[in-house]
Ligand binder design. Structure first.
Ligand code: SF4
Length: 693
């Protein structure tokens, strides 16, 4: 009832990449509740996080003043209570804190690295990469895309020529077959999952492929619960059948692709009969899936981190791209490739150049013309043509003594790095760590200076969802205490680093981004303020944007997409007698990433207050552990104790572990080995020992 609030403000949910539009109902500078509105991705729908997960912004742990580490503080470590930090930090004015932050960074060139954020707006991401490139002359700037879809983007850039989705997820409404592989949308992209369920209700065939019996299995025409890490053998077997039975689209292949003969020859070795014992799916089922997919009028492929977070993550995506190309399932209504993005602005932050090998719009840092185009717009600051270091390489470089100072905006590597002990030791070693965040995160524990920033509901900024929809976020309340908007903090820091920055608003930043980002053609700040969302590419000032791309060729040489054959690569950390089971990590519905936001939300933390892992009932019986009791999980890297849950969807030789809980941090256990192309760690496969605690 409108008496419950003084004002309502339209914005974007801060959690997953679906990008649901919301209305924030505000009274006395507090968000009272949230409703879904009619955005292009959600049409009024919201999941539990979007509806109830907003109250973290008013939590009493919010940082309200700049903080500087005390001279007599204890040694750096996880020793700070976020509600009681007085022994470690002292309050400072913005002047003092910004001067101190800049002094520790200035003039250090390659000794500085930057971690930006997929939770911040496009303008904030753009400013962050600019600050590192223009301010320090190199490309050591990255963000959490490295830990989620870097391998998908590597494969898409290589074979399709663009890292974004070729069709929005809503296009499933025009499909008759869809594959969802290595993704659990019911928990991780819940509103997208509602469209997937509707698709099956009107007769669409949903092929679900996952080592876990994920929630969509109840709607699936085919559920392929394959052995972890065997994606390539399973997908190549399916493609083998399509070749063997002549089910491919020869006309499409001839018109729009290259390297088909090599792919065809490569697939000869992957008969379903040969691959069935490897992937654990019967040959007949593989044949049926191949015929179903190839027989579709329009088919889409969706994938998540179950595909990307492997040392063969790029190969997994290469297979999915090849499958779509050989059947001509790209560039038409209801057809396309769609890696489901995790964070609300991971697409936009990547587009904005928060990547060590790419400038905004994925222009390679080695391209002299593009570097000059950027320095011309920036007015100064030549920067290196050499690719910068990735998130995990930066931590190694700290241990090697090459990186000595870091600026971290809205990321939490002390929880999210694939080897957190290694990362925490690295953070403790730094000469100077600047952390900009809304809470005193685990990473902020190691900071020399903390700059209190803004939550999504306290600032303006655009974000880009998994569908390529650029959407407008608006301020509904003012930041608490002296906390400030992120873009303002970046500008003030840049000025103190000697950069000539004079932006007065995020709209000014957006205007500059447009100068060298063709993806924003026909999209203006005023248009977004008016329309709330425009999909890129937009072909004219009144085109709402193209839901489907590549109907007429690809942004590659001669307009052709490419087949890249993929061979079987074994996981890095194979089970043995000491570590006989397989650990896989992920998210759960109620909690978000490292938990810094959702664990401070009353409803969400009330629903899932305790760290937990899931095991098959037969495994629990064998261990003599009842559901709710504790188990010890150990890998070659460390050990945690955690409450065990019974879950038939988890195979008997697996354990599923959410990574949101600091008291049982999953990444103490995970394997930092990376995919050679996307440099993404193998979060989805580690050898593990499970014992009663
Ligand atoms: Fe927010 Fe994603 Fe849920 Fe939508 S589906 S309400 S964007 S968390």
């Amino acid at each position: 009832d409108s008496a419950d609030y003084d004002s309502e403000v339209e914005s974007i949910c801060p959690f997953c990449g679906v990008g649901c539009q919301i209305s924030l109902k505000v009274k006395d500078n507090k968000v009272k509740y949230v409703e879904g509105i009619n955005g292009p991705a959600n049409e009024g729908r919201l999941c539990v996080k979007g509806r109830f997960g907003f109250d973290y912004i008013h939590h009493d742990h919010r940082l309200t003043k700049p903080l500087i580490r005390r001279d007599d503080a204890p040694a750096k470590g996880l020793n700070v209570d976020p509600g009681n930090w007085g022994e470690v930090f002292r309050e400072a004015s913005w002047e003092e804190a910004l001067d101190f932050a800049a002094k520790g960074l200035k003039g250090r060139g390659r000794e500085v690295a930057g971690f930006g954020s997929a939770k911040c707006a496009n303008e904030e991401a753009y400013l962050f990469q600019k600050l590192i490139r223009q301010g320090f002359g190199h490309n050591n700037v990255d963000h959490c895309t490295r830990l989620c879809h870097a391998s998908s983007v590597a494969a898409l850039m290589e074979n399709v020529g663009s890292g974004a989705v070729t069709a929005t997820f809503n296009e499933i409404g025009n499909a008759d077959v869809a594959i969802v592989i290595g993704a659990n949308p019911v928990e991780n992209h819940p509103v997208a999952a509602t469209y997937f369920k509707q698709f099956t209700k009107r007769g669409g065939k949903l092929i679900v492929m996952d080592p876990r019996g994920v929630g969509l299995r109840r709607f699936a025409s085919h559920m392929l619960q394959f052995r972890p890490g065997t994606d390539v053998s399973m997908l190549n077997a399916i493609m083998h059948v399509i070749v063997e039975e002549g089910l491919y689209d020869a006309q499409y292949i001839a018109a729009y692709t290259e390297n088909w003969e090599a792919e065809k020859a490569h697939l000869e070795d992957f008969s379903p009969e040969k691959m069935a014992p490897i992937c654990g799916i019967e040959a007949d089922v593989l044949r049926d899936v191949a015929r179903t997919f190839a027989g579709a009028n329009a088919a889409m492929i969706f994938w998540g981190m179950g595909v990307s977070q492997h040392i063969h993550g790029t190969d997994n995506s290469r297979c999915l791209i090849s499958l779509a190309l050989m059947t001509g399932q790209i560039g038409r209504p209801g057809a396309g490739l769609h890696p489901l993005r995790g964070q609300n602005n991971v697409q936009g932050a990547s587009d904005a150049g928060l990547i060590p090998m790419f400038l905004p719009d994925y222009q390679p840092v080695g391209d002299d013309g593009m570097r000059s185009a950027f320095t011309e717009v920036w007015g100064s600051g030549d920067f290196s043509a050499e690719k910068g270091l990735t998130v995990t390489e930066i931590m190694d470089a700290v241990h090697d003594g090459d990186i000595k100072a870091m600026y971290v905006l809205g990321e939490n590597p002390a929880m999210s790095d694939p080897d957190v002990d290694h990362a925490r030791d690295a953070l403790a070693k730094l000469d100077h760590l600047v952390v900009q965040d809304i809470f005193l995160t685990e990473t902020a524990n190691y900071a020399d200076v903390i700059l209190p920033a803004s939550a999504f509901a306290e600032k303006s900024g655009t974000v880009t969802n998994t569908n390529r929809q650029v959407q407008m976020g608006r301020p509904a309340v003012t930041p608490p205490g002296e906390a400030r908007e992120d873009w303002w903090i970046e500008v003030e820091l840049a000025k103190r680093l000697g950069l000539d920055w004079s932006y007065e608003s995020p709209a000014d930043v957006f205007a500059e981004m447009k100068l060298n980002m063709k993806s924003f053609d026909n999209i203006t700040w005023d248009r977004l303020a008016r329309e709330n969302a425009v999909t890129y590419p937009s072909l004219s000032a009144d085109d709402p944007g193209q839901a489907i791309v590549f109907g007429d060729g690809f942004p590659r040489p001669e307009g052709r997409a490419k087949f890249t054959p993929a061979a079987i690569v074994a996981p890095d950390d194979v089970p043995d007698a000491d570590y006989p089971m397989i650990l896989t990590t992920g998210r759960q519905l109620e909690h978000w990433h490292t938990g810094s936001m959702t664990r401070r939300s009353k409803v969400l933390d009330g629903l899932e207050p305790e760290a937990n892992c899931s095991l098959h009932p037969s495994t629990l019986r064998r261990l003599g552990v009842a559901p709710g009791e504790h188990v010890r999980l150990s890998t070659k890297r460390g050990s945690i104790e955690i409450m065990a849950r019974e879950d038939r969807a988890v195979a008997p030789d697996m354990v599923f572990l959410p990574f949101a809980y600091v008291e049982a941090a999953a990444n103490i256990l995970t394997n930092p080995a990376v995919d050679p192309y996307g440099k993404i760690p193998e979060f989805k496969f580690s050898a593990v020992r499970v014992e009663a605690a």
